[in-house]
Design a protein around this ligand. Sequence first.
Ligand SMILES: [Zn+2]
Ligand SMILES: [Zn+2]
Length: 370
Amino acid sequence: MSGTGRAALFFGPKQPFELREFPVPDPAPGCVTLRITRANICGSELHIWRGDGRLGAMASPTGRILGHEATGVVHALGDGVTTDWAGRPISVGDRVAYQYFAPCGRCRMCRRGVSEACPRSFDVQRGKPEQFPHFKGSFGDYFYLHPTMAFFRLPDTVTDTMVVSANCALAQVIMGIERIGVGPGDHVVIQGAGGLGLYATAIAKERGVAQVIVIDGIDERLELARRMGADEIVDLKALPDPSDRVKRVKALTDDWGADVVVEVVGSSAVIPEGLRMLGFGGRYLEMGTFFQGTPFELDPGRLVAQNQRFEAVASYDAESLAVAIDFLERNAGRLPLDDVVVDFALESIDEAFVAQDRGEVRRASLVMTP
Ligand SMILES: [Zn+2]
Ligand SMILES: [Zn+2]
């Protein structure tokens, strides 16, 4: 295959990105080359860019292509690829959502059906951008799918702006909410109204919960949380003291506390507060703080005495991505799903990171118009 495409190289926390050209990879049998149409700055990239926890170590003096929450179109199909993972015919030019990591399918975790816990999933991101297939992150014009990476053709009603968060934020939230068993009668607290929090709100509501209470301090996010179905909001500006917020949640839940609390702030500092909001028999879902190195204090006796559960979820299985696309199709036009992201050109990647770091935008989305 001929031609080159751009990719944004990351060198270290808060350093400027550099756009560089790499050869467009020719797909091997069973593989697919995608042309990326847009890629979001996910909370995890923001942590890497800030150098949070141990993530400063992800910097490389030779450059690294970040980006994973994205969507694109089929640019080239390797031999033998004729359908997507739902068995629908697939052709060059089709819009797709894809799994950005590659569960091995053979380790004990994959064999027992928890592919989201495959320790080899992220091996495909290793290696310098100079090495084939070059495009190992989504902040660029192309991306390379290996045979174990699920991908699905998209319905026309699911727009690029709706689906761009599907392969990280939305699929992960679907997996987490399913695993923690959110359902009718549950009083749910969502800590943080970024991308994950907004989706968690909508998905919990769709599952028939008693109420969803969303905590955040940015007006624009709280407003969007309301439009996603939040019944109550707790504004950090109005209640700056964590104890007052715990009291507020207790007051909203007949003094019992919440059945489910979801951490999607991306900071372990909020976990003790969230645990205090949890009632007897409650379940705490940890998804936001994906990086290591920021421990918090936990009283296990409290978990035991109150029959509580603490569960952490990272990434997702292929089925959760299929369910995510179904969710978007079902709710297109009903929920403000096109409003989660704010556009930036790939060339403005530095500005996009600064704006998202300052909380000036909900979720920056890089548009790859060459
Ligand atoms: Zn992500
Ligand atoms: Zn595996």
